[in-house]
Design a protein around this ligand. Structure first.
Ligand SMILES: [Zn+2]
Length: 318
């Protein structure tokens, strides 16, 4: 791309800044107890302000509220996302990037700010614009541009509830010859690598050292898994960890037959293991046939090398 071509391309993309992606759109369903209950169960948030009407009646608010982080949940489009939806400014921008070779996409961060609470019966209205597009950057993934959408949420009275900024990198994917060559050198494909971030990297590093750790709140001693920054019981951010003995029991299981998962010599048995310490862990059951597994089966875990690149806890029947 010549300097002139790049200038012309940038003129086109920067023209998207400020454009509306979504006009003010009321959520199809009002804020409601059923969705709050399901969401808090999945997240493991037991704050009574969200789900305990009797408790909330005696609180300063006098009623339950929705978790602020659900702000973006209320306006979700559902299955329309997978079956096609009308083009909008964001889709047009993405297509423009794709046309010029910036086909890679990576969501890089989400930042929410909260200004006002909503309760069951309120309606959340979302508006979204393309807020900014960076200059061309050189990144580890390849050259690209960051663009950020800004979603603004109001209630049915037009009062601002909060905002969400979502940043995406559109980049020209780079050939990675070194990696490609080493992949070819492996006779057997390896399993998909764990994604290690700020909040869970320590857990995987311990697995590499042969240990399964369970995060423990330093204030109330509650154990939690998977790793996360805050205690769901007392909201403390202080934590340490204990090592699991890997004595467990199968709480639920399935066999993944299709599509084939790379790195497994045969269809893997995936189970939710209830550990003796009280937390649950998703892992493979090995050393037996699928037909031998049952709910309640006692198992013992071992942290083992499962292929050239991967160490994982696996569970064996007792
Ligand atoms: Zn705690």
């Amino acid at each position: 791309m010549t300097a002139e071509d790049q200038k012309a391309f940038e003129d086109e993309i920067y023209a998207f800044v400020g454009r509306e992606v979504c006009p003010p759109t009321p959520a199809r369903d009002d804020v409601n107890n059923a969705m709050i209950r399901q969401w808090t169960e999945i997240i493991g948030d037991t704050n009574p302000a969200y789900t305990d009407a009797a408790w909330a009646a005696g609180s300063a608010r006098g009623k339950t509220i929705a978790p602020p982080a659900m702000m973006y949940v209320w306006g979700q489009e559902g299955f329309k996302v997978t079956t096609g939806r009308p083009a909008d400014a964001q889709a047009d921008l993405v297509n423009l990037f794709n046309k010029h070779g910036y086909t890679g996409v990576l969501g890089t961060n989400v930042r929410q700010e909260y200004f006002r609470e909503v309760s069951p019966g309120d309606n959340v209205v979302m508006t979204m614009t393309i807020d900014n597009i960076s200059e061309r950057k050189t990144t580890g993934r390849g050259p690209g541009y960051f663009f950020e959408t800004l979603a603004t949420f109001t209630n049915q009275h037009g009062e601002k509830i909060g905002t969400q900024r979502f940043k995406v990198l559109k980049f020209i994917p780079q050939e990675q010859p070194a990696t490609a060559a080493s992949e070819q050198a492996l006779k057997v494909p390896t399993r998909i690598a764990s994604v290690r971030g700020h909040d869970n990297g320590w857990w995987w590093n311990a697995v590499d050292d042969g240990k399964v750790l369970i995060q423990r709140c330093k204030d109330c001693q509650t154990l939690r898994h998977p790793p996360r920054p805050m205690c769901g019981h007392c909201q403390s951010m202080e934590w340490d960890s204990i090592e699991s003995t890997l004595d467990g029991e199968v709480l639920s299981y399935t066999c993944v037959r299709y599509p084939a998962v790379p790195g497994y010599p045969k269809d893997p048995i995936c189970a939710v293991i209830g550990l003796g310490e009280g937390t649950n862990l998703v892992a493979n059951v090995v050393g037996c046939e699928y037909s031998d597994v049952f709910i309640g089966m006692k198992v013992k875990g071992k942290v083992e090398r499962v292929d050239e690149k991967t160490i994982l806890p696996q569970f064996y029947p007792l």
